[in-house]
Design a protein around this ligand. Structure first.
Ligand SMILES: Cc1cc2nc3c(=O)[nH]c(=O)nc-3n(C[C@H](O)[C@H](O)[C@H](O)COP(=O)(O)O)c2cc1C
Length: 194
């Protein structure tokens, strides 16, 4: 029997990335609920490699400054970048009332594989997205090259071995995502029996 609908499957199947959200600030308890969901992710060796940074209000502009620093660092002549471009970059984190940076801090010890630390933290992020969805919130997991840049790493106080896995933009939905188009399961699955 294939189960096609229950609350968990509904959340998994209906969660979408939402690019535009309103300025309405989600209750702190909802953000807390997302974080509590995150830390229940499966985790080999119980390393708990995830770190969360919740940015609201003007704290988001600190991230914006780091994005600007990264943008300018790639330029031969930073003074040639128009002020409007710089300001647009600085304002990027204002696209949502809450931005949650999620980093993996892999434990450096025997038997702990870095890839597994990343897996756990990615699972934690998916838990956050699903929890948010179930609370009527919209999310967008954002990365891009700046996510892995030195200025952004420094902004979050990350060490050399740490990686920012995403900046999760959270708010109330203000746009409808386009239809989802995924390759059917049977084209990406091989069933083996004997
Ligand atoms: C690791 C990761 C990084 C992502 N980075 C971005 C991003 O920088 N910008 C963006 O618009 N979407 C980003 N996304 C969201 C994807 O675009 C989105 O999940 C995809 O379009 C499928 O849409 P859905 O989440 O509604 O199914 C990212 C998703 C993942 C898993």
């Amino acid at each position: 029997m294939t189960i096609t609908s229950n609350a968990i499957l509904d959340a998994i199947n209906n969660r979408r990335s939402v690019g535009k959200v309103t300025e309405e600030i989600p209750p702190t308890e909802h953000i807390q609920t997302m974080l509590e969901a995150a830390i229940t992710a499966p985790n080999h060796h119980h390393t708990e490699p995830w770190r969360f940074f919740v940015l609201t209000g003007d704290a988001r502009l600190g991230l914006g400054d780091a994005l600007v620093e990264d943008r300018l660092s790639g330029e031969e002549d930073p003074s040639s970048i128009p002020e409007a471009v710089i300001e647009k970059t600085r304002q990027k984190p204002l696209r949502a009332p809450v931005v949650i940076g999620v980093a993996v801090q892999p434990q450096q010890r025997a038997k702990v594989w870095e890839v597994e630390e990343v897996c756990s933290t990615a699972a934690a992020i998916q838990n956050m997205l699903l929890a948010a969805h179930s609370l009527g919130l919209a999310t967008m997991w954002r990365t891009g090259d700046p996510c892995y840049s030195e200025p952004v790493k420094q902004f979050f106080g990350l060490g050399e071995e740490d990686t920012l896995l995403g900046m999760i933009y959270v708010g109330y939905p203000a746009s409808e995502p386009a239809a989802r188009n995924r390759t059917p399961v049977d084209q990406v699955t091989t069933w083996w029996d004997s």
